[in-house]
Design a protein around this ligand. Structure first.
Ligand code: ZN
Length: 377
């Protein structure tokens, strides 16, 4: 009956009561009397806290398992993993099962609570702590106080080879790195470029979070010579070759106020590429979660990126604007084992890689980069 997945160690729970808690388990002060202990708890995500925080608080109150509803519009359970957002070695991990449900299963269980429904829950999971790495390549040319970090994640989900997500972005940034290295022997770069291939993005942006967190602890030695205050800008490339693609640019206005103006400038640079160079229609999309730009953005560093879409469905209007197939997913193999080399749209890869190159080389040449990033009105 349960749709899947994530969480804790294996468990077999038989004939258990279910309890519903509101606010995603973020404020449990009024729930002690509900006797959460040894019961399966059901909740919907809340903006007040992360899925991990809610679930962890419920585990501490003695819940035997946590079931989380996905949004009504999601066709399958969307919380593939409860992202342990700021997790680092030594931090707590959950032991109880935490699973994601479709909205319809959630509704069925919710209705069942009033009728005294009881649930059997069997999970087969294991928590393991493994080592992962970032690959960092620091340019020698250009002003280090105007550092541009170019990021793409090198890992894939465990279920598939991850050719669109994210060999596409990683390969593009590698080629750009090679091309710019050749160019910069002849031409001087005004700003320092640092290329990073992040590890473990799919497990909760662990590589990029670690990188930024280490820079924030300025007293301790870290893996890079870069200092946080030297980073003027971060550009992120994650999924740039989706089979049924839409050229998309992250919305700079979504960035918190500390990083907003520069992020709008980044967005405009990508727009300029699509308008003036590629002559292609593009879509502005949210920049709120989901890839390695997040830790930079939250640290007040302007950021942005381009992407071609995941499991969202292209509508008829979008087909007319961008081509491709209507009523089909932008990437039907998103996070699946069919994300092989056959899942890479070479036309998209060419279009988007050139956009990446255009933006990186333009920002690398701007002499007063910080001033330009402050001009967004
Ligand atoms: Zn990705």
């Amino acid at each position: 009956m349960l749709d899947h997945r994530y969480g804790g160690n294996s468990a077999t729970i038989k004939d258990s009561e279910i309890v519903y808690v509101k606010d995603g388990g973020c404020d449990l002060s009024e729930y002690i009397n509900l006797e959460i202990k040894d019961k399966i708890v059901l909740f919907e995500p809340s903006k007040k806290c992360s899925l991990f925080e809610g679930s962890f608080a419920l585990e501490k109150l003695g819940a035997s398992a946590v079931l989380i509803s996905t949004p009504k519009s999601a066709i399958k359970p969307s919380f593939a993993r409860v992202r342990i957002v700021d997790w680092k070695e030594g931090d707590p991990l959950m032991n109880i099962p935490v699973l994601s449900l479709t909205f319809s299963t959630f509704k069925t269980l919710l209705a069942g609570i009033n009728n005294g429904a009881r649930v059997d829950l069997v999970t087969n999971t294991e928590i393991k702590v493994v080592t992962t790495s970032n690959v960092i390549c620091e340019g020698r040319a250009g002003n280090p106080n105007n550092t541009i970090v170019i990021g793409s994640h090198l890992d894939s989900v465990a279920f598939g080879p991850g050719m669109n997500d994210n060999a596409s972005g990683s390969a593009a940034t590698l080629e750009i790195f090679l091309q710019i290295s050749k160019m910069s022997r002849k031409k001087t770069l005004n700003n320092r470029l640092v290329f990073i291939w992040f590890g473990s993005e799919e497990d909760g942006l662990l590589g990029s979070r670690h990188f930024v967190r280490e820079l924030q602890k300025s007293s301790s030695p870290h893996e890079s010579h870069v200092r946080l205050e030297q980073i003027a800008l971060n550009l992120n490339f994650d999924m740039i070759a989706s089979p049924n693609y839409i050229p998309m640019i992250h919305n700079g206005s979504d960035a918190p106020s500390s990083a907003r103006c520069g992020s709008i400038v980044v967005q405009r640079m990508f727009e300029k590429y699509f308008k003036k160079v590629a002559d292609r229609k593009y879509k502005i999309t949210d920049m709120v979660a989901g890839s390695d730009f997040v830790p930079f953005m939250n640290a007040g560093i302007p950021t942005g990126g381009i992407l071609t879409g995941a499991s969202e469905i292209k509508n008829e209007e979008e087909r007319i604007l961008y081509g491709g197939i209507a009523n089909a997913q932008l990437d039907p193999c998103y996070h699946k084992d069919c994300d092989t080399i056959n899942n890479v749209n070479e036309e998209a890869l060419g279009l988007m890689s050139k956009g990446a190159m255009y933006t990186i080389s333009n920002f690398a040449q701007i002499k007063d980069l910080r001033n330009q990033l402050a001009k967004c009105s």
